[in-house]
Ligand binder design. Structure first.
Ligand SMILES: [Zn+2]
Length: 108
């Protein structure tokens, strides 16, 4: 599997498109389509008819997916989205590391 460079619970920064510059937590990574759903971003308004659970009906806001190529992992040290590289720890597990400052993500 190719794998995405971000995964669930990562904090990412959007680097292009309408939400450029915004940060949020990845709620879901959609590996098949190469897209991610980021908390609080790319809302899509959905009109709903009144139902038993929602008697008013109306507009429900729901996060839409964005292409994973539009986001970078957010580095708390650099305070922005950064490119990462993979490093192998002594125990053989992989971790992502900030290319700029060496911040280690995926802490064990
Ligand atoms: Zn960094």
């Amino acid at each position: 599997m190719a794998g995405l460079h971000v995964k669930k619970n990562d904090v990412v920064q959007v680097v292009s498109g309408a939400n450029r510059g915004k940060t949020g937590k990845v709620l879901r990574a959609l590996h098949d389509s190469g897209r991610v759903i980021v908390e609080g971003l790319n809302f899509r308004k959905k009109h709903t008819k009144p139902s038993r659970d929602n008697q008013q009906g109306g507009i429900v806001q729901k996060e839409g997916s964005i292409s994973v190529s539009n986001v970078l992992l957010y580095c708390p040290s650099c305070k922005k989205g950064v490119k990462t590289k993979h490093e192998v720890r002594k125990d053989g597990t992989k971790t992502r590391v900030c290319r700029k400052c060496g911040e280690v993500f995926d802490k064990a």
